[in-house]
Design a protein around this ligand. Structure first.
Ligand code: 5AD
Ligand code: SF4
Length: 466
């Protein structure tokens, strides 16, 4: 029997008596959906399992334990989860199957009724109890839950398994205290909990020692980070301290809420080139009345003031955003204001979504929900509008020499792929061809200068300066 770690036991995991000794589980498979936060949660879950002697396998068929880390932010996520679970079940009767993430939190124990072959249902606010849940699964308990949202804990593990050897995610704050009318996150990830700055900075130093050169600070709303320790750093101060970590080349952060986005954040980015000059500041809508119905806590003018801070910076800060179209009751005029906002801001990129009804959210009760067809047509209009903005924006990079971190190689085009500080993807030619010398030669993870010679709506192209 594996030993449990010395984590504080709370009510987060269920106390159903252990039903006898279960099958020994050695191999696990994990599948992850959703945002970077989910991806990083899975990295920590993997670290926990590997630390306990499990090995990760590539397919569910090889595994004794199958974990499914789910997302419920949009679309009919729940149905898709049950379909996939059923698929896992069909592959083998005696696998232990666990559902993690937002759908687990949202559907809770109902999952056991609908999919009785599931043995674990746990949301992210309970992951710090993951080792204890594992002990219960190993003991044969087939109804293990971690569903309490009433927590002050963060999920910090001694070992995190990261797939990318150069770029790392680092959580600084979990949960969300906002209550945007369309969003399930406050109900699935629990209240905000910030990590102590000393732990964050130490993890950053360790990452550098282990060869990482880029760190993305993660949180549902990083701007409301507030150091719980005596150091008392706010987000802008933490950013500055991150920018001083020796050997670190790039720091990014996501995601920001405009209400908590203060000028000090822009100043920190403006003054320290290690802090990447890209800021993702989701606006959701260009109409103050829609923003009000969305409970976003800012007006269009207040949002535009934040954009001005970035535009007035000395560095050329790339700005990206999220947009929701077809929010209940969105009139033609309100929608037109979103298009005008795109013209005014001149974003480098946007992620646009059709409004999607989410269980237990206030917007469900709103009047005048729009048809899928109408939402789809608005989505097309927004995307095309933004495409026309991006074409000249990207073309303005032609002739620049940009520093990129090399992410990989595209065999089909025989081009390397990299990202500049503004998070723009640049494909480029370079004399090194992977594997050509039979020595596995690669430039992946290195920082190179690339001269930009071509551009498209969503990417740039060029040649390495060698
Ligand atoms: N419908 C559509 N988009 C949503 N988002 C969050 N909830 C919904 C929803 N119910 C989008 C927001 C958010 C991004 C992560 O997902 O734009 O910023
Ligand atoms: Fe959802 Fe709003 Fe919190 Fe973002 S800030 S996670 S959109 S509730």
């Amino acid at each position: 029997m594996l030993l449990s770690w010395n984590y504080r036991q709370t009510e987060a995991i269920c106390t159903v008596p252990i039903m006898g000794v279960g099958p020994r589980m050695n191999k696990f498979y994990i599948e992850t959906f959703g945002c970077q936060m989910n991806v990083h949660d899975s990295e920590k879950v993997i670290g926990t399992l590997v630390g306990k002697g499990y090995s990760q396998v590539e397919t569910p068929d090889e595994a004794d334990l199958v974990l499914y880390n789910t997302c419920s932010i949009r679309d009919r996520a729940e149905q898709k989860v049950f379909n996939r679970l059923n698929d896992f079940k069909k592959r083998s009767k005696d696998k232990v199957i666990g559902v993690l993430g937002c759908v687990a939190q949202q559907e809770g124990e109902k999952i056991f009724d609908r999919a009785p072959y599931v043995s674990l249902v746990a949301g992210s606010a309970s992951y710090n109890q993951f080792p204890q849940m594992l002990v219960q699964l190993e003991a044969g308990n087939r109804r293990v839950t971690g569903l309490s949202l009433d927590t002050e804990d963060t999920f910090e593990v001694p070992y995190t398994r990261r797939d990318n050897p150069h770029k790392a995610f680092l959580t600084i704050i979990e949960g969300c205290n906002k209550s945007c009318a369309y969003c399930v996150v406050p109900m699935t990830r629990g209240p905000e909990r910030s990590r102590a700055s000393a732990g964050v900075l130490e993890e950053a130093r360790q990452l550098v020692l282990n060869g990482y050169s880029e760190i993305t600070l993660l949180g549902q709303n990083v701007n409301s980070y507030m150091d719980p320790s005596d150091a008392g750093l706010d987000f802008a101060k933490l950013l500055r301290r991150m920018g001083e970590v020796e050997g670190l080349k790039r720091v990014r952060f996501t995601t920001s809420h405009p209400r908590d986005f203060v000028k000090e954040i822009v100043d920190a980015v403006d003054e320290n080139p290690v802090l990447c000059n890209h800021i993702h500041l989701p606006v959701q809508s260009g109409s103050t009345t829609v923003l009000d119905r969305m409970q976003r806590l800012y007006t269009r003018d207040e949002y535009m003031r934040r954009i001005e801070w970035m535009k007035n910076a000395k560095r050329n800060i790339a700005i990206t955003s999220d947009i929701i179209v077809g929010f209940p009751g969105e009139t033609d005029e309100e929608f037109a204001q979103t298009l005008h906002l795109l013209d005014e801001v001149q974003y480098d990129a946007i992620f646009a979504f059709k409004y999607s009804q989410r269980p237990n959210t206030p917007a469900l009760q709103y009047k005048d929900h729009m048809s899928e067809e109408e939402k789809g047509s608005r989505l097309g209009v927004v995307q095309e509008h933004q495409r026309q903005i991006q074409i000249p924006r990207n073309a303005s990079y032609i002739g620049n020499v940009e520093e990129v971190i090399v992410d990989g190689y595209n065999k089909a085009t025989q081009q390397w792929l990299g990202k500049n500080t503004q998070n723009k993807t640049i494909s480029f030619s370079h004399p090194v061809i992977p594997g050509s010398g039979g020595d596995g030669s690669t430039i992946e993870g290195s920082y190179l200068k690339v001269r930009v010679t071509r551009s498209g709506p969503s990417s740039l192209g060029g040649e390495a300066v060698v």
